[in-house]
Unconditional design. Structure first.
Length: 411
């Protein structure tokens, strides 16, 4: 995985590694051991598991494999905190991660301290290939920082006491700007990550695609517009829905975005609060996004259309995660931040895609089935983690992430 020269030095990488590992600990600081152990449903993991798994990643793929005299903190942890790496052997069942009352949260913190000390000690001696693994580990941990917050939101939402993770100020009064559509480029364009800078293997190789005449909305769909969709019978009109989506709506009795209540409030990381009509709608599935687009006389953009549209935007801007705090989509944001945006594109390999070598090759490629691409970043995405070529992906019914949409239409 190529990286910019400025980020290749051990000193620069160490600073980013230390900052990333610290942010994860800071995110966990307000939690009790009980808070950190609960698993709300099989696709979400306990906060303690996220702290442990990200440590397992560095201990396994960096220290175990590239430091001759390194001894694991606890040999049993490899079984407990492997996620899906088949080449690493048997592992604890994903739906039962919430049953791991031991090790304690403090023991996991002690494990992290040992691994961090070893990384700091050995980092100046690592070869460029191992430094690339550390870069991958940093980006991997940033993904888990976002999952930490979204999984914790799902956890606290199950508690009738509706506890708050942290406080948020009252929403600012913000008028919704009119939605306009900007013509997108047509013809042959290039998408995918270049060879310069870090990118996950699924973002490469950069390649040419053909775009047909189209236009993309100037902003994301808001909660106020989603309220209008509900009022117009959006969840009860089968002609708006894909067949699988309509079956899902009927079976699960879906009638609003996740965490919305019928009294005009929603549950957030700051507890129950009034729905901000001007903020981007969040916690919607691909099925819901597709139905709304059809109701609005539009469609979801393709992955290529979105990436080309966002190619000149600065991914460091927008409402993204900077410090350990409660997060929430806010009005008036730009292309990146607030919510990930569903596209109409299936998550598939690019022409010439080759997975990374070794166990880390299981990171992305084997999930290219039954999932859809999301683009951008959310309010829970660590700033600097995303880029126009970034390919987030989830199954079409998933909505516990900060997921929303931007409309597109044919020209």
């Amino acid at each position: 995985m190529a990286r910019e020269d400025s980020a290749r030095t051990p000193k620069a990488l160490r600073e980013r590694l230390v900052a990333t590992r610290k942010l994860t600990l800071d995110l966990a600081a307000p939690l009790s051991d009980a808070d950190a152990t609960i698993q709300p449903f099989p696709d979400a993991s306990p906060a303690k598991w996220h702290l442990a798994h990200t440590t397992w990643f560095f201990e396994t793929f960096v220290l175990r494999d590239h430091v001759a005299d390194y001894r694991p903190f606890d040999e049993r942890f490899a079984y407990l905190f492997n996620s899906y790496y088949e080449t690493e052997g048997d592992r604890h069942a994903r739906p039962k991660r919430g049953m791991l009352s031991r090790p304690s949260l403090d023991e996991v913190r002690d494990w992290r301290a040992q691994v961090d000390a070893a990384l700091d000690r050995e980092l100046p001696n690592f070869s460029p290939n191992v430094l690339d693994l550390i870069e991958l580990g940093i980006n991997h941990e940033q993904q888990h920082q976002e999952l930490f917050l979204t999984d914790l939101l799902a956890t606290f939402a199950e508690n009738p006491m509706e506890p708050a993770y942290a406080e948020l100020g009252p929403p600012a009064c913000f008028a919704t700007e009119p939605m306009t559509f900007h013509p997108g480029r047509a013809g042959i364009v290039e998408i995918g990550a270049s060879e310069d800078g870090f990118a996950f293997d699924c973002e490469r190789p950069r390649h040419r695609v053909v775009l047909h005449p189209h236009a993309i909305a100037s902003r994301k769909v808001t909660s106020g517009e989603w309220t209008d969709f509900i009022a117009d019978g959006g969840y009860s009109t089968p002609t708006l829905w894909l067949s699988e989506g309509w079956d899902w709506v009927q079976r699960e009795k879906i009638d609003a975005p996740l965490y919305w209540h019928g009294d005009g409030t929603q549950f957030t990381l700051a507890g129950r609060r009034e729905i901000d009509r001007a903020a981007p709608v969040a916690h919607i599935s691909y099925y819901e996004a597709d139905a709304f687009a059809r109701w609005a006389g539009a469609r979801l953009p393709t992955e290529a259309e979105w990436e080309d549209f966002a190619g000149s935007a600065d991914p460091f801007l927008g409402n993204q995660l900077d410090t350990a705090e409660a997060v929430l989509p806010k009005p008036g944001g730009g292309i990146f931040g607030d919510v990930w945006e569903w596209t109409g594109s299936a998550y598939l390999s690019y022409p010439g895609f080759v997975p990374a070598e070794g166990a880390v090759g299981e990171y992305n490629g084997k999930f290219m089935c039954g999932q859809f691409v999301l683009k951008g970043a959310s309010c829970a995405t660590p700033r600097g983690h995303s880029r126009a070529s970034y390919r987030n992906f989830f199954p079409p019914a998933s909505r516990w992430q900060f997921t929303g949409l931007r409309l597109a239409r044919d020209s």
